[in-house]
Design a protein around this ligand. Structure first.
Ligand code: 16G
Ligand code: ZN
Length: 514
């Protein structure tokens, strides 16, 4: 077929280095940028097939998030803005690793297995982060799509969650918002301004927020968005990409792992600060106290802040809702956004955050409908009317497709303003036990297998028993090990009553793994 002739010709311009194999991991393909040109072309092909199969627009984001600047990566986005399914992750790996002369065979194999009608039209949205390699790599994606006759829309430089938003807007025919960068800023800023109207007497100090842009796309987009916020937020941006290197000594991952401030940020005592990661789908907050002590407000703290705020609002309607009977349940999953997202979808309102700062809130269709009905309820008193408006604006402010640093930041700022809380008040909701994360390099990390949402090791034999006996030596202690999904290492986590104990337990467990 003529269609495949073009694939065959163009794929020669994006040749696969012989013998190189890569896997579609927790967050797509990710490695040094120099190994990725053929992967990008092929992900363009796969996105086109996925689009034909789902009769929807599919997204392809070129980014390696918090990885070093030299790396890059690619992720596919499904019609409602979610991660692509496990079955298609498998196809991605299959296509990526086909040697040059069997590419067409593998492509046709997927078409056959999925019974794809090749005469369906295809539409693919493409976005990229600010890495030097992203421009040519996203061009390779576009080449892949067009060689199969698909239509592309190149959004250029966008954050990962912005592209998820565009895909969802397109496939819901505008119900979620308008699929433009301006539409995104408008939707979020309107909701934010409506929420902050409920925070009386906000001072300029309370509007001030120090933002570390990780020298990446988030910084660029924050600048673009600022005018839409009409001085209701005073963003002091550092690591804005004008001089420093992406994610180098800055960004959410650096701050979370180092438990320290990023370079280049001048923090006053008690001042609220936050860091985005390299593609702005994660955020962590922090401040220093009067003794100069650094306090991290990570994903767990963010989840607590948002869920207690929602709970307070919903309690006003407890006489009306069945789902209020069991107000808050906690659920743990394996690491990785797709696992958390799917678990959160099981609830009327699902608040999920990874400790590293990736997360969002999902509202079921039924919950959204009930909230909309309440807006029109003539019997509502003033307090309830206000609460319903707050819920409605909160839903609009949240990017329900995926964790979004900009959207999460605005939600957090609005909640703090409405509740009149400082960073210290927020921190005091609960106290974290001292903890330590380490990584251990082993010859084969896959020998470690886990269960119970990665909290217990089932292999190698005896490892969990050793961990259990080490944990018993310390007070209030826990420790977990799991193979990383993104690096060739094993992650070790330990917590205990003091920092010394946490450090020592983490060290002992590392030795048991090694
Ligand atoms: C990826 C995941 C993130 C997870 C991290 C764990 C997505 C979009 N991102 O960055 O959720 O926390 O991997 O990496 O799924 P690790 O297994 O190396 O610790
Ligand atoms: Zn990221």
């Amino acid at each position: 077929m003529a269609q495949f002739k073009e694939v065959s010709q163009k794929s020669k311009l994006h040749p696969k280095p012989e013998g190189l194999t890569l896997q579609y991991g927790t967050a797509g393909f990710r490695t040094h940028a120099k190994h990725l040109d053929h992967i990008m072309f092929r992900m363009g092909l796969l996105a086109t097939l996925r689009s034909k199969k789902t009769k929807s627009t599919i997204g392809v984001m070129v980014t390696a998030s918090h990885n070093p600047e030299e790396d890059n990566g690619v992720k596919l986005i499904d019609p409602m803005g979610e991660m692509v399914t496990a079955l298609w992750e498998g196809y991605a790996t299959q296509l990526a690793n086909a040697e040059q002369d069997s590419l067409l065979k593998e492509l046709k194999d997927i078409i056959e297995k999925e019974d794809i009608n090749m005469s369906e039209p295809a539409s693919v949205y493409v976005g990229k982060d600010t890495r030097p390699s992203s421009a040519s790599l996203s061009q390779a994606v576009l080449d892949g799509v067009s060689s199969l006759g698909g239509k592309t829309h190149d959004y250029g430089l966008v954050t990962t969650p912005q592209l998820h938003y565009m895909v969802c807007c397109c496939n819901t025919h505008g119900c979620y918002g308008s699929p433009t960068i301006e539409g995104y800023y408008q939707k979020l800023s309107q909701a934010f301004l409506q929420l902050t109207q409920n925070a009386l007497n906000r001072t300029d100090d309370q509007k001030r927020l120090l933002v570390d842009g990780a020298n990446g796309i988030g910084a660029l987009k924050m600048r673009e968005m600022e005018p839409f916020l009409r001085s209701e937020m005073q963003v002091v941006l550092s690591n804005d990409g004008s001089s420093g290197k992406l994610n180098h000594m800055c960004g959410a991952d650096y701050v979370k792992v180092q438990q320290n401030a990023p370079q280049g940020m001048n923090m006053g005592v008690g001042e609220r600060c936050c860091s985005f990661d390299g593609d702005a789908d994660r955020i962590v907050y922090y401040y220093t106290d009067s003794k100069g002590c650094f306090h991290l407000l990570d994903g767990d703290k963010i989840a607590t802040l948002i869920s207690t705020y929602l709970k307070e609002l919903l309690l006003l309607f407890r006489h009306m809702f069945q789902f209020m009977l069991k107000l808050v349940t906690v659920c743990c999953t394996k690491t990785g956004v797709k696992h958390l997202h799917h678990a959160a979808q099981e609830y009327d309102i699902g608040v999920y955050f990874e400790a590293n700062g990736h997360g969002t809130v999902l509202f079921s269709k039924a919950a959204q409908k009930q909230i909309q009905d309440l807006v029109k309820d003539p019997n509502s008193n003033d307090e309830r009317k206000r609460a319903v408006k707050l819920l409605e604006s909160t839903i609009n402010l949240i990017n329900q497709t995926v964790g979004d640093a900009i959207s999460d930041m605005l939600v957090i700022e609005a909640v703090l303003a409405i509740r009149g809380m400082s960073a210290q008040d927020w921190d005091a909701i609960y106290t974290d036990l001292p903890n330590r994360q380490l990584k251990v390099t082993v010859s084969d990390r896959r020998v470690i297998d886990t269960t119970d949402a990665e909290r217990r090791a089932v292999s190698p034999e005896g490892l969990q028993d050793t961990i259990d006996s080490l944990v018993k030596k310390y007070k209030s202690a826990r420790s977990f090990v799991r193979p990383s999904g993104t690096e060739d290492v094993v992650r070790v986590y330990a917590e205990a009553d003091t920092q010394e104990s946490a450090d020592s337990l983490a060290h002992e467990v590392s030795l048991a793994v090694y």
